[in-house]
Design a protein around this ligand. Structure first.
Ligand SMILES: Nc1ncnc2c1ncn2[C@@H]1O[C@H](COP(=O)(O)OP(=O)(O)OP(=O)(O)O)[C@@H](O)[C@H]1O
Length: 853
């Protein structure tokens, strides 16, 4: 059913075939990726809704800043009377403490009385003389009696030191010439919010009212002396009207903090991508795809398409959210410019994600990497968000180290994103003008701005910021470099695409598909391989079966070879079982034949194609059921079969019929529409077997296909494998002797990487078994054995227990068997039974000399 590629074609047909194959693979894998994402509904929803949350958050910040700015304005300040000293409330609190330098005099007594009268204070309680010495003694009193005095007033009747040009000038007080006094008040900073933010500091009001009271008292004292009436001053203070805070008015939250928050949605796509791609690697799903010939190009392009789709959706969700919240920066910028900026940034992050995913093999590590990028990125974004810092990077005459830092940052996509964003913010948003100490709102960002440099002065230095177009080119260049790195690491890092290549792979013959004699093979030839390894030495080219040609494998850092040089021919329609103890090298051999591992030396031909040079063609002809299941938990059984049928190029008209047939064959008809995550281990195994036979491959490899199946299902799968044997080669590894015996035409026993024996089950039993086993039942088995061994000395005793006697008859001498049966007839033995050697016995014998099983 599968579309077979002719062996010899013109380049034109080949190109057409390759293109068709790639398009087919890309569309199948893209569908698979979309299915996986669509089944993770919550994550997908969060991804699309995240920009809306971010815009709502920025909108809220803007509202808070605007409200705060407005609250600072006070167009009609209150009038506050300072005619009375505000009373100090609290036990033992003195409203006005008096210090008299040199003791009381006539005028000081008058002033104290007048203040008490004008402010309604009780003498010796609210207004009280505290010291009568120099001013320092008053200050000492205040220090020692904290929070007990509202304000202090030192009246000079002796002398006082006053500051004069940084020196203290001593003034000798003479009340006939004028009065000298000093107001002492609490200057502790008081948060205005505690009281009324629009009122002057209440402690300053207290000092002013003391001053007015003292002045009023002194004026009254002098008026009294001239025979005039008492004088009481009245005064009111009022602050200037306060405008809205000049430095906050016009603050644009989007322009100032946009790069910090808009950096997040692409980071989500980035993290999600890394974890999904690495998951496919960790679960060996990607390996499974490579084995059936899915190209790395199709793999990456399919992920690119899905990631592009999500990036496009999140980008549009972000722009629409910006419009919804009426952000100036969005409204005054061309939609296409915004789309180009956000999408290019998102795509660069996506390709960075691709590159990182080629370097790591565990999902746990992928989470750590994503979080590190997000958190580390947020810290860096705090710097890159500052438009001033972005200008600093473009100062003329930048020191060398700054220049190199800028170059290094230009390879970090969020840096270029922040730069273009600040370009847009400068034109379409509002940015601070530090010279004029105000915010400047731009006219809008137009296409011309995209290609125009910006220049200006900051801190006396000239800056020239390159155009947004230039920075966009930097981002695209970044993309290109990341793609090259992704391609390179995908080749050389183990676990990415099955076989890894050496770092210099581009200079190897294999990379360019040039065939040459492998020097390692030559080396092995020179070492004279033991004849036992050459199971069937046939030099004829086979085009339909498999030919192992001295193939061997040694893992790096391993002491011995996992597979020692093997030569073997498996012909068309042959089913071969490879049995061997754990670690015998079965999986390693299958991995080499399927292209998941490269041989250390030698080669093998699968359907006539050399696995070293024509792996692509090998993959076209094989089916594989590995030890691990190539299954995605999020997809149903039907979707899996559909996917592999499409990858195998099964025509659409018969695809559904084939899928249904395969489901029936492995007894999964009812579970076909359930996601594989809900399947049992046996169900997954059956699905894997069904998948391996899709597309009519001429060779099928099965690594322990019936592991984890119950006896009934196992027999069903055996029937399925029996049916599959027609017209194709099947190689299976198994630990079940029964399975090997039932299914295979030939059994190969592997021990420590070597083929110890090979042949049909009967041949092995005859050749390696101990001969026929006879169980004789007699009342006296011991005597019977003595009698028999006397007549036929070549008989071997296996066991005597109770009334049964076990004897082995060598198969090499048919006459002995005949003699034995004649003797048994003569002796009239009660009962007896005959059986052949078992495969298990052969296995034990072949491997038992080497290890305890
Ligand atoms: N990636 C690896 N690196 C190093 N050594 C390995 C690696 N994979 C397998 N080996 C070693 O190679 C040898 C053959 O292993 P392999 O998995 O091929 O055996 P197997 O016959 O398939 O075993 P099982 O029946 O348990 O699946 C073992 O000694 C194993 O420890």
């Amino acid at each position: 059913m599968q579309e077979e590629k002719p062996r010899k074609q013109s380049p034109c047909i080949c190109l057409k075939y390759c293109l068709k194959k790639h398009i087919n693979e890309i569309s199948a894998l893209t569908r698979k990726n979309i299915l996986i994402f669509s089944r993770n509904k919550y994550i997908t929803f969060l991804l699309l809704i995240c920009p809306l949350f971010i815009c709502a958050y920025l909108h809220q910040i803007q509202i808070i800043v605007d409200q705060y700015t407005a609250s600072l304005a006070n167009p009609h300040p209150k009038e506050i009377s300072i005619s009375q000293i505000p009373k100090c409330y609290g036990d033992d609190c003195i409203t006005l403490g008096i210090g008299l330098t040199g003791g009381p005099t006539e005028w000081t007594d008058y002033v104290i009385d007048h203040i008490a009268k004008s402010s309604g204070l009780k003498k010796n309680k609210d207004i009280k003389v505290l010291t009568t010495q120099d001013p320092l003694s008053f200050i000492k009193y205040i220090k020692e009696n904290m929070n007990t005095t509202g304000a202090g007033l030192i009246l000079c009747s002796n002398y006082m030191d006053f500051p004069d040009n940084n020196y203290l000038k001593r003034i000798h007080c003479d009340d006939t010439k004028g009065q000298v006094y000093l107001i002492v008040y609490n200057f502790t900073e008081v948060s205005k919010d505690i009281f009324d933010p629009n009122l002057p500091n209440p402690l300053e009001i207290s000092a002013l009212s003391v001053k007015l009271a003292v002045d009023s008292a002194i004026a009254s004292y002098h008026a009294r002396k001239k025979g005039l009436k008492d004088i009481f001053f009245e005064a009111v203070i009022q602050s200037y009207p306060l405008p809205e805070n000049r430095f906050l008015k016009g603050y644009d939250a989007v322009s100032m903090t946009g790069p910090l928050y808009f950096f997040i949605p692409p980071m989500f796509v980035f993290g999600l991508l890394i974890s999904e791609i690495v998951k496919e690697k960790e679960l060996k799903l990607r390996n499974g795809l490579s084995v059936i010939g899915v190209s790395a190009t199709a793999f990456w392009v399919s992920w690119f398409i899905v990631a592009f789709f999500f990036s496009f959706m999140t980008t549009n969700s972000l722009i629409l959210s910006g419009y919804l919240f009426q952000f100036d920066l969005f409204l005054k910028t061309n939609y296409l410019v915004l789309l180009i900026l956000f999408l290019t940034y998102s795509l660069t992050m996506m390709i960075l994600g691709f590159m990182i995913s080629t370097l790591i093999n565990s999902v746990k590590l992928s989470y750590t990497v994503s979080y590190t990028f997000l958190l580390g990125g947020l810290v860096l974004q705090n710097f890159f968000t500052s438009p001033t810092l972005m200008k600093l990077f473009h100062f003329e005459g930048l020191p060398d180290w700054m220049y190199w830092v800028k170059i290094a940052f230009s390879y970090y996509p969020p840096f270029s994103f922040s730069k273009i964003f600040s370009d847009i913010a400068a034109k379409a948003g509002s940015l601070p003008n530090y010279h004029e100490r105000k915010w400047e709102s731009g006219p809008g960002y137009f296409w011309d701005d995209f290609f125009t440099e910006r220049s200006g002065w900051v801190f006396g230095n000239r800056y020239v910021v390159p155009s947004s177009f230039d920075t966009l080119m930097d981002l695209l260049w970044n993309c290109f470099i990341l793609i090259v790195f992704t391609w390179y690491f995908d080749h050389i890092v183990e676990g990415n695409r099955g076989r890894s290549s050496p770092p210099w792979f581009i200079f190897t013959y294999e990379y360019w598909g040039i065939k040459r004699k492998n020097p390692l093979t030559e080396e092995i030839e020179l070492r004279n391989i033991p004849a036992s390894n050459l199971v069937k030495n046939d030099n004829t080219e086979i085009t339909e079966g498999i030919k192992l040609d001295k193939i061997w494998k040694k893992y790096p850092r391993a002491k011995t070879c996992a597979v020692k040089p093997l030569s073997l021919i498996i012909e068309k329609e042959e089913c071969v079982s490879i049995i061997g103890h754990n670690g015998a090298g079965k999986t390693t051999l299958l991995s080499m034949l399927t292209g998941l591992l490269s041989p250390s030396g030698g080669t093998a031909y699968v359907s006539g194609y050399d696995i070293n040079y024509e792996l692509g063609k090998v993959h076209q002809t094989i089916g594989y059921c590995p030890q691990f299941n190539i299954l995605w938990d999020e997809m149903t059984g039907t979707e899996h079969l559909w996917l592999f049928a499409k990858l195998r190029n099964i025509p659409l008209e018969i695809r559904q019929e084939l899928v249904d047939q395969k489901l029936q064959e492995v007894n999964l008809g009812k579970a076909g529409n359930k996601t594989v995550g809900t399947y049992s281990g046996g169900m997954k195994r059956r699905l894997s077997v069904a998948i391996s036979s899709i597309g009519n491959p001429s060779v099928i490899f099965m690594d322990e296909p019936t592991t984890g199946m119950d006896p009934i299902t196992r027999r069903q799968v055996w029937r399925l494998i029996q049916n599959m044997k027609k017209d194709r080669v099947i190689i299976l590894t198994t630990h079940s002797m029964e399975e090997a015996e039932i299914l295979s035409d030939r059994i190969v026993v592997m021990v420590d990487g070597e083929i110890k024996c090979s042949g049909p089950s009967l041949y092995l039993k005859n050749h390696y078994g101990e001969g026929y086993k006879v169980e004789l039942i007699d009342n006296n088995p011991k005597t019977l054995w003595e009698h028999l061994s006397l007549i036929i000395p070549s008989l071997k005793l296996v066991d005597i227990s109770g009334s049964s006697l076990f004897i082995s008859i060598p198969r090499t001498e048919p006459k002995i068997a005949q003699m034995f049966f004649e003797t048994v007839e003569e002796l009239k033995i009660q009962d007896w039974g005959l059986k052949n050697s078992s495969l298990e016995e052969v296995f034990m014998k072949v491997t038992g000399s080497l290890r305890d099983l």
